[in-house]
Design a protein. Structure first.
Length: 429
């Protein structure tokens, strides 16, 4: 004990310096774990939160830049730590306290491992969200300090990867057509169960369906201009799941607020929780739309036509519903009722918003979108008639007769009756 006190001037400055470096190492290690351990929902919360939360979200928008900076500073801190530890131990050895130098070296390494890595990372997993928010500003400063050299580090890293781990882009093992053919030829109970076949078929459908086929049409959406308060939504809450915010100058949707958790919404200024949206052309495949939504942590894609006008929106939940629910229907979501209803023996009534794909599935017939790109029953009627449908009009489609029984102005609220007997084979009862 006397030796420890006598050598206090030799080791105390080094120990204090190492303590500061351990805290810094723990900060970067814990911050890295907290930020990269955030779930998708938590990352979305960051984007629409306070300034500190948005700072953390901005860091995560470029993960390579963030990770490079964190690893760089952690490396510098660890090198500085071992340098200070070595100098302090050398001083003790020079003064004849080799045993004390050995103990100090063991304790310093143990403290760096436990206090600089293990404990911070463990805490960061459990308290990832508050730690990510608190670490946002300090990390932002440390990243910006390195911005001039990060591109150089990136080029060096890419060069090393190309030499040691060359990236060879493999050809796809299976094409979409191969998967579809495999599903069609597989036997029930042998390779794939019926439910698995349906799910796989719907996965393939995502690579064939366009955003226009699934979108919620623009005329079914209510747009809001900030500020928006909870009291403004009282009469609309039962019918909407998103608050679509428009630009003040035009009717372009610029952001959206999810209304899934009403209990967490503030009473005033709901636009402060707005999430960004992405813009996709009407012809985008749903598989590509879903991939972009997930990559950009968005839940809403605004669909625009060739003139740049907004014609509808597609949400992530709509796509997942189409993928996982065998009875998914865009018309059902919009109408909040069944788009196809039986009205007697072998007769059904179909709403004009019903997609031809969904109707074909209900009738158990094959359907592929043709060159005419007809998607809905209303679109089919307008194409065949060359005008807006009127009550009493009849059209033939896939051996079925569609009779218009209801038609509003401008082709809205169209309903048709279909006689299922027309499609029965001759030997049917």
């Amino acid at each position: 004990m006397t030796a420890v006190i006598d050598t206090l001037p030799q080791w105390l400055p080094g120990v204090l310096t190492m303590a500061v470096l351990v805290v810094a190492s723990g900060f970067f290690s814990g911050s890295e774990t907290a930020l990269f351990y955030l779930s998708r929902d938590e990352q979305r919360r960051l984007q629409s939160g306070s300034s500190a939360e948005r700072t953390a979200a901005e860091l995560l928008s470029n993960p390579d830049r963030l990770l490079t900076a964190v690893l760089f500073w952690n490396l510098v801190i660890n090198l500085a730590f071992f340098a200070v530890s070595l100098v302090t131990a050398k001083r003790l050895v020079s003064s004849g306290h080799a045993s004390l130098a050995g103990v100090l070296s063991i304790l310093s390494v143990s403290s760096l491992v436990l206090l600089g890595e293990v404990i911070p990372k463990s805490l960061a997993v459990s308290l990832r969200y508050p730690i990510a928010v608190l670490a946002g500003w300090p990390l932002s400063i440390s990243v910006r300090i390195l911005d001039p050299v990060i591109p150089v580090l990136g080029h060096i890293s890419n060069a090393i990867q190309r030499v040691l781990w060359p990236r060879v882009t493999p050809e796809p093992y299976l094409q979409t057509e191969d998967l579809e053919r495999a599903i069609e030829t597989s036997e029930l109970g042998v390779e794939l169960a019926a439910l698995e076949q349906e799910v796989l078929q719907r996965v393939i459908d995502l690579s064939e369906m366009t955003a226009e086929e699934l979108m919620r049409p623009r005329n079914t959406l209510k747009l809001w201009e900030p500020p928006v308060h909870l009291t403004d939504l009282q009469t609309h809450l039962a019918a909407i799941d998103f608050l679509f915010l428009s630009d003040v100058d035009d009717e372009t949707i610029v952001s959206a607020v999810s209304l899934d958790e009403l209990s967490k919404l503030p009473e005033k200024n709901l636009e402060t929780l707005a999430e960004k949206v992405i813009f996709v052309p009407w012809c985008s495949l749903l598989a590509d739309v879903l991939a972009e939504l997930r990559a950009k942590l968005c839940r809403v894609a605004v669909v625009v036509n060739e003139y740049g006008d907004t014609i509808g929106v597609v949400t992530e939940s709509d796509i997942l519903d189409t993928l996982l629910d065998p009875e998914a229907s865009r018309a059902r979501r919009l109408l909040r009722s069944e788009p196809i209803q039986p009205i007697g023996d072998h007769r059904i009534r179909v709403h004009g918003l019903t997609t031809l794909r969904y109707l074909a599935r209900h009738l158990d017939i094959d359907f592929d979108v043709g060159d005419d790109n007809l998607l809905t029953v209303s679109g089919l009627l307008q194409e065949l008639l060359g005008r807006f449908p009127q009550i009493g009009d009849e059209c033939r489609w896939e051996q079925f007769t569609l009779k218009v029984v209801d038609a509003g102005i401008l082709g809205r609220e169209v309903r048709v009756d279909i006689d299922l007997v027309d499609h029965r084979p001759p030997h049917a009862d």
